[in-house]
Design a binder for this molecule. Structure first.
Ligand SMILES: *[C@@H]1O[C@H](CO)[C@@H](O)[C@H](O)[C@H]1NC(C)=O
Ligand SMILES: *[C@@H]1O[C@H](CO)[C@@H](O)[C@H](O)[C@H]1NC(C)=O
Length: 415
């Protein structure tokens, strides 16, 4: 076995933090590939726009900020901002929701600004954001924030859904806490969501909890939530073990990726919610008409309507659909992105992008209003596996890649 390479940065800690993260070769932006995706932003570590130099020094000294422990989980776009969710998977993570404003020339290590504020990111206060993995932004500029990572002990607050008005400095419009029977305070894992704007607003949410995975429906008008549990929402045994970037991933993470088909031509036609387990190959779909009917979801009858869609060639995290019915998802084990149009047979699925160097755990997708599709790659498994040593160095840990599609997201009509 090789002795560990001496790295001065591992010993001198924060004093040398700026030196230790000096950019190296790899930091230069890779140019557009034949498949059309190019790196739009990248980070070797995450840092913030601190209010004062004292705040920063204090956070470093008290280990409230440990740069290499901060991870990105979800990405969404609105107006000229990139909003980023920062799940707290390690200690020293002072912020769980933030944004960056694009800069003309700087694409590497842009500082993140806490959103809506530093105060709203305070830990261990149930009125603030505790542990966010993802969010969705509706067409009116309301962000539906899923504060639901409860797989560690960084908070004892119930998982919740918080609605922020992006056109009014992130004012909290509404906050809904989930009962323990819907998503557990300890062990719950609200992972991803899609939003349907009609009928007063519905969120369809995946709970990737190890003990109680399922699909959670939230009705804003009714102020109620209910949960559907089915074997199609559990991990698949033969998808439990794979390797990404040298890290072996062994686990049974259930339903994670979720997508919603665009509004139909006729109002009363159904829309489909697509879902897949992280440790799984199969994609399934269920009608919004069924999901929205709480009473029916409490019977056993709805299970007959779960449709098997097809098998992916690898495990995946996030998915997204555009307004033309194109479903995009990552293939974690093969460093690829797949695209399938729901109006065609599943056998027409294409692998549109492959990149073993840059596509390390494509986890979250977003679209802007000018026809661009983005994917965040985050190597998140390294943050989950607490035995994996995280270090500050010049390696890129997070990338946001972009490609032009000319389409909008699933909330817009494709007609
Ligand atoms: C983090 O950002 C602050 C500015 O907000 C800066 O003063 C500090 O040096 C940065 N730290 C690192 C490790 O880059
Ligand atoms: C996972 O798969 C690898 C390669 O097939 C194998 O060497 C390893 O023992 C497996 N691990 C577990 C826990 O099943």
């Amino acid at each position: 076995m090789q002795p560990p390479r001496f790295n001065i940065c591992d010993y001198l800690g924060f004093l040398l933090v700026s030196y230790c993260v000096a950019p190296d070769e790899e930091v230069r932006i890779q140019k557009r590939t034949s498949e059309g995706f190019e790196v739009d932003y990248q980070w070797t570590y995450i840092n913030f726009t601190w209010d004062t130099p004292e705040d920063y020094k204090d956070a470093v000294l008290n280990k409230k900020y440990i740069p290499q422990n901060n991870a990105m989980g979800g990405v969404k776009f609105y107006n000229d901002r990139v909003y980023i969710a920062l799940p707290r998977l390690r200690t020293g993570t002072p912020v769980t929701l933030a944004y960056v404003t694009p800069q003309r020339n700087a694409k590497t290590n842009l500082l993140l600004t806490p959103y809506p504020s530093w105060n709203m990111n305070v830990q261990n206060s149930c009125g603030t954001l505790q542990n966010v993995q993802s969010m969705e932004i509706d067409r009116r500029g309301i962000m539906w924030v899923l504060d639901g990572v409860r797989i560690n002990t960084f908070t004892s607050c119930p998982p919740k859904l918080v609605l922020l008005d992006l056109n009014n400095n992130g004012k909290v419009l509404h906050s809904y806490s989930f009962h323990n029977e819907i998503s557990m305070r300890q062990g719950g894992y609200l992972n991803d969501l899609v939003v349907e704007e009609s009928g007063g607003g519905f969120a369809y949410i995946t709970d990737s909890s190890a003990l109680d995975p399922g699909l959670v429906v939230y009705s804003r008008r009714q102020g109620r939530a209910w949960k559907l549990r089915d074997k199609t929402m559990f991990a698949e045994f033969d998808a439990a073990n794979f390797t990404v970037d040298g890290v072996s991933v062994v686990g049974f993470i259930g339903v994670d990726g979720i997508a919603l088909s665009p509004p139909p031509k006729h109002r009363d036609e159904e829309r489909l919610i697509y879902f897949t387990a992280l440790n799984g190959y199969s994609i399934y779909a269920l009608s919004n008409k069924i999901l929205k009917n709480e009473a029916y979801c409490k019977t056993d009858q709805w299970r007959r309507f779960v449709k098997y869609v097809g098998d992916k060639s690898s495990q995946s995290g996030g998915m997204i659909m555009d307004n033309k019915g194109n479903l995009f998802y990552g293939l974690l084990g093969t460093y690829s992105i797949a695209k399938w149009n729901i109006f065609e047979p599943f056998s027409t699925v294409k692998h549109i992008y492959h990149d073993e160097k840059q596509l390390i755990w494509p986890d979250s997708f977003g679209m802007d209003s000018t026809g661009n599709l983005y994917v965040l790659t985050n190597g998140i498994i390294k943050f989950f596996d607490t035995s994996y040593p995280l270090t500050l160095n010049g390696k890129i840990k997070f990338r946001i890649l972009k490609t032009y599609t000319g389409n909008k997201n699933y909330m817009f009509s494709g007609k």
